[in-house]
Structure formats: C-alpha cells, structure tokens
Design a binder for this molecule. Structure first.
Ligand code: AMP
Length: 220
C-alpha cells in the first residue's frame, strides 16, 4: 500500500474518510490536528499556545509541525504505508515533507484532493462531533456517520465532544487559511502528476467506495 495525503478544505470529510480507509487497508491514520489536540491535553505553556492558535483558525508554525510529524512517521507502523490527514498545509510544508520522505526512504504515494461546497461544509459543521481519545469524527445529523449510541464513540467508547474550533467564525478563518496557504498545493502536486480529485459533497460511503476503487486500481 502506498502512502496517502489529503488536500481538502475544512469539513470536506478528510478525517472521516481517512479513518475508514485506514481501517480498510490496515494502515495508520495520522491526523496532524489530532496530534496537536493530544499535545494540548498536557495543559502546559506550549499547550496553551497551541490551543489559542487552533481556536483562532490559524496554522501552527511549520517548524513545530515538521518535528511533530517526523516524530510520528518514524514509528514502526508507518513502514507499510499511512494516511496523512492535515499535512502538508502549505507549500513550504510540502517541501519539508519531501525531505522527510527522502530521509526515511519513503515514497510520496497518492495525493487525494477533495472538493466540497462551502454551504455543505457549513451544514456539516452544525452536526460534527469528535472523539478526543481516538480522533474518530461523527455527524449527528447524518445517518451514515452518526454514532451508534448517542454521544459515544463507536470505536473506543469515549464521550464525543464538539471541537472548540468547530464554530462558524473559526470555520471562516480556517477556510481562508485553506484558500491562501493550502490551495496552492493543488498546482504543486498537479505538476508532479500525483493528484487525484473527488467531489465530497455527497454521502461518505459513496465517496469512500470511489476512493478505495481508485487506490486499488493504482496499486495494481
Ligand atoms: P484539522 O483537525 O485538520 O481540522 O486541524 C485543526 C487545526 O490544527 C488547524 O486549523 C490548524 O490550526 C492546526 N493544524 C493541523 N495540521 C496543521 C498543519 N499541517 N500545519 C499547521 N497547522 C495545522
């Protein structure tokens, strides 16, 4: 299995899709947002700084991100592939990522771009619930992705919460950050012929099937 990265605006479903695809192919789902939220749990000075940047919808410093990412990618379970959800977020992170790949002797693999209408992203925001323990994402307004038991994570049994940055003002800021910093990655990866694009406006299972079908085809 190849390594996979996602380029997607907020609420496009990259977390939900990465999680389900990682189960299907038995490779780890590495969500940089979740790695950061885990660091916040420490409650120290660094955690307070991270929390204020995330809640403002801004991006964390590239150098901090590259350290956090590398720390995770050297772990044994990444040797057979992984899904990276939330990194790279800008062109300079993509260049750092290329160097990390070289250093670890990993290949870039597949870059998946998800497109979603802003109005749909806003609707999804209203129902999104997240597990702060394992990172799984749900939507209480969507039959396909609502938890089996209200407020409880299907995967690990922890309580689900609404993320502090899942509010409209922060979504707007995150969306702008995406347009300004992350969207230029589309040209970056298109020029390397590494990009495949999916429309993510519909139901998650249909999109997931389309992505899996394509990944299997690319692997053959
Ligand atoms: P996400 O869970 O992917 O929506 O990320 C939540 C927040 O974590 C983002 O709005 C950023 O503040 C921060 N974050 C996650 N990944 C990165 C990254 N690669 N670079 C900078 N900030 C990040």
């Amino acid at each position: 299995m190849k390594n996979i990265i996602f380029i997607a605006p907020p609420l496009a479903g990259k977390g939900t899709l990465s999680d389900r695809i990682s189960e299907k192919f038995n490779i780890p789902h590495i969500a940089t947002g979740q790695l950061l939220r885990n660091k916040i749990k420490a409650g120290d000075e660094f955690a307070i700084k991270l929390k204020s940047i995330i809640n403002a919808g801004k991006l964390i410093d590239d150098e901090i991100m590259s350290l956090i990412l590398k720390e995770r990618l050297v772990e044994e379970d990444c040797k057979n592939g992984y899904i990276l959800d939330g990194y790279p977020r800008n062109v300079s992170q993509a260049i750092v990522y290329e160097n990390i790949l070289k250093e670890l002797n990993f290949s870039l693999g597949t870059v998946i771009k998800l497109d979603v209408d802003y109005e749909i992203a806003k609707k999804r925001l209203a129902g999104r619930l997240s597990c702060m323990n394992c990172g799984r994402v749900y939507n209480e307004h969507d039959i396909e992705t609502s938890p089996k038991v209200k407020g409880i994570c299907d995967k690990c049994g922890n309580s689900l919460i609404r993320r502090e940055d899942d509010v409209l003002e922060t979504l707007e800021e995150r969306y702008e950050e995406y347009q300004t910093f992350t969207a230029p990655l589309i040209d970056f990866y298109e020029s390397k012929n590494q990009l495949i694009t999916f429309n993510s406006n519909g139901g998650v299972y249909k999109i997931m099937d389309n992505i899996i079908e394509k990944l299997v085809e690319l692997d053959e």
